[in-house]
Each structure stands twice: as C-alpha cells, then as structure tokens.
Design a protein around this ligand. Structure first.
Ligand code: PLP
Length: 417
C-alpha cells in the first residue's frame, strides 16, 4: 500500500504504522479521555520498558535525541568551557549538543572500516594533542581548554570499540557519553567483561533519538537518556522540567525538554516490535552481503567486527563514483541517501573551529564515497535483488575500480558468510 510496485523507497515509514494502527489509535484515545498529556504513567511505563530493553538501570524520556545528548553531558558534569572529543563523521546534532552544553567539540578521525571513532586516533589525541596543567587537568593544546568528555557515536547502528574507549577514559579520567541515536539494541562483546553488552549501557550515560526514521521512531519528535547512575537520571529529570525538584521549587534553571505522554505511549507500542525489526534489518544486511559477494563485490559492503552486532539503522556501501551510482539507481527507481556528505570539521557552521581540509583524511575520504542503500525491516528479497543487480550493472558499465580497502573487505565477507 505504501510502496509503489516499481520504485524501491529508501525507507518505509507507512507500513509499520498501518499494521499497528489499532493499537496506536488506542493510545490517543486513552490520552484524550484522561487528558494525560504531559508526564504520568504513559511516560513512566515507557521509560521502564526502554531501560530494560537497553539493559540500563534508568531511562529518562525527553523531547529529542539532541536534547538527550545535551542533558546527558550537562548532568554528567561537562561544564562551560570544557572540551568534548567526538568524530567529524556524524550528524551535526552530536556537536550541537556538545556546544549547547557549553563545551567545545574537538575531533579525532574514524576507523576506515567501521566508520566509527578510531581508539588509536583517540589515544594519539590524548597523549600528543593534550597536556597536563599544574593542577593535573588534561588541557587541549589546540584550544587551551580542559578536556573532560568523550562522545563516541555508534553510527549506522554499529558499535564503537567501547573497551578501548572506556580504558582510555579511565586512564585520562574522562566522562564517556554514548551517542546511541542510531543504535537502539546494538550489541557489543566486551572482552573486559567477557559478555555481550547493549548500546546505552556502557558509558556514564547515553542518548537515543526516536526521530521517526530511527530504528525506534515516534510519530513526532522524541528522545531518551539511559544511564546506570541514579544521580544522573535524577538530574536529567530536573533539567528536562525547568530545573524543578518539585512543582515550582527550582534548584536550577532548566529546559522545557519533556516528552509528550502520547509519544511515550506510541513508542511503548512500537518498542514491543523493535527486537524483531532489528533482527529483520540484520537479515536484510546479510542478504545484501550474499548478493554482493555472488556478484563479485561491486562495492565495499559494511564491515562488522566480531565484537559488534549491528542493528543496521543504515546500510552504507562505498564506491569511487558515488554521484554516478546514485543517479543510475534513481533512474531505476531506487532511492538512496548520503550519511553524511560533508564531515563536520568542513561545515560552514564550524568555520570558527579553524580546522582545515586534510585534518581528518579518513572521514573526508569516506564522506566522498559513501552511499546509503534502501534498508528497512519490510524490504523484500525481490527489492534487494533488484538493488544488487542495478548496483552491479552500474559498476560494470563504468568498469570502475573498487576503492581502497577492498582487500580487507574480502576477509570481512568471509567472516560474515
Ligand atoms: C538523529 C541523531 C541525533 C539527534 O536526534 P534528534 O532526535 O533528531 O534530535 C543525534 N545524533 C545522531 C548520530 C543521530 O543520528
């Protein structure tokens, strides 16, 4: 009903909502009949369920992923004038939240295969680009400001190598706030703890977005923080509600950052299906992998390390003629996207940070070559076969050479097979 017979959409947001229409409509009815619009049991019940899903002790629902990240940074103790280290290969909300918390974003490059924060680059940054002041604080040489936090981003639904990041954070006494806005339910095998752990349960706190297109999406704007730290959860509950400890007793100036009860109710209904949808995304990813392998690996398919169970918010491949491939696929009725075309250090909005092209070569190379293919739980095998066929046809028509990293990719293909 939502997907035309010929075209293959990038994402299908209609089918899951039509399938759940009766249950979702009941949420509206309940809210209308109780006038429970802000706070109350619908929000609290969703928070409990989402914390359980993430294997975290607490979850605090807020009005967006951006605010979730900002509030998490503030509540965890990031202060005005601090530096928070993140990657340039992410959505701008990551750095907006850092700036809005009063901190300065500084970058380290990503890993060429996972597209996520490279722990080696982070180590280099902390050891070589920072210094200790008289009082023992870690100071960034480039800005002269104290470095207090790391914000790893589990981009595309794949985990950052958290053991390595957390070990560095411990060594340098830094706060880790996960940007898990694309990674609801992603799993990481911690060698340190010798078990699988869930995105959002590993840092001091984590931010999730429920923007409609995310793996768990509201019917509007929504987000949440997860944390195992009761004090941080309490602080965020206060920050999201005008700094109130109780009604009209304001301990601090806060924000209007609450989540509507209706959105919480809708999210709670959809949460019941999230594990299944994530599993379907993983199956679709493996199907793409099989199709590309059997047609001679025309593009660099995603790499999934043995310690990551990704939830494929996006399915991103690489090619050296990205614009050509997108046009070709568009002509065949296949929608694609770019996540993201310009690394943050090269965005106009960050001219003031005084980075230059060449500062983060991996992010720059990746940004020029990535294409996101259709990926959603309801994607059919026929649609995938068509996408893979057209990708191959395009690559053959250009006889374009595979981009750097192809040799490594073969090893990955073997591992995923
Ligand atoms: C979506 C997203 C955000 C922001 O979430 P909103 O709910 O849109 O505010 C932050 N970081 C990343 C990586 C995202 O994908």
């Amino acid at each position: 009903m939502s997907v035309s017979n010929t075209g293959i959409p990038f994402l299908d947001l209609i089918t899951p909502h039509v399938e759940l229409e009766q249950e979702l409509t009941k949420v509206f009815q309940q809210a209308l009949r109780t006038a429970g619009f802000i706070g109350g049991p619908m929000v609290e019940n969703f928070e409990k369920a989402f914390a359980t899903f993430c294997d975290a002790k607490h979850s605090v629902a807020v009005n967006s992923g951006t605010d979730a990240l900002r509030f998490a940074l503030m509540a965890a103790g990031v202060k005005n004038g601090d530096v928070a280290v993140t990657v340039p290969h992410t959505f701008i909300a990551t750095t907006e939240a850092i700036s809005q918390a009063g901190a300065l974003p500084e970058f380290v490059d990503v890993d060429e295969r996972t597209y996520n924060m490279d722990p080696e680059k982070l180590r280099e940054y902390l050891e070589q680009k920072c210094t200790k002041d008289a009082s023992g604080r870690l100071i960034s040489r480039r800005s002269g400001r104290p470095v207090t936090a790391i914000v790893p981003v589990h981009l595309y639904g794949q985990m950052v190598d958290m053991d390595a990041i957390l070990a560095l954070a411990e060594r340098f006494n830094l706060i880790v706030i996960e940007d898990a806005c694309q990674a609801h339910g992603a799993q990481y095998f911690s060698r340190k703890h010798n078990r699988w752990m869930t995105a959002g349960s590993m840092g001091k706190a984590a931010a999730f977005s429920f923007y409609p297109g995310k793996n768990l999406g509201a019917c509007g704007e929504a987000g949440a923080v997860t944390t195992n730290d009761e004090a941080i959860a309490a602080q965020i509950r206060m920050i999201r509600d005008h700094g109130q400890a109780k009604k009209y007793y304001h301990n601090i100036e806060g924000y209007n950052g609450r989540l509507d009860a209706i959105q919480a109710g809708l999210l709670h209904v959809k949460l019941q299906h999230l594990a299944k949808w994530n599993e379907q995304r993983r199956e679709r990813a493996m199907e793409y992998q099989r199709l590309f392998e059997s047609s001679g690996n025309p593009v660099n398919a995603p790499y999934e390390p043995s310690w990551s169970r990704a939830v494929f918010h996006l399915y991103v491949v690489r090619t050296n003629d990205r614009e050509g491939m997108m046009d070709f696929l568009k002509n065949e009725g296949i929608a694609t996207g770019i996540h993201y075309p310009i690394p943050l250090h090269m965005q106009k909005a960050y001219d003031n940070l005084s980075y230059a092209p060449g500062d983060f070569p991996v992010s720059e190379r990746v940004a020029a070559e990535i294409v996101s293919l259709p990926m959603f739980p309801q994607l059919t095998a026929d649609q995938q076969a068509k996408v893979a066929k057209e990708v191959k046809r395009f690559v053959q028509s250009r006889s374009s050479k595979p981009v750097a990293g192809e040799a490594k990719d073969l090893a990955v293909a073997e591992r995923m097979a």
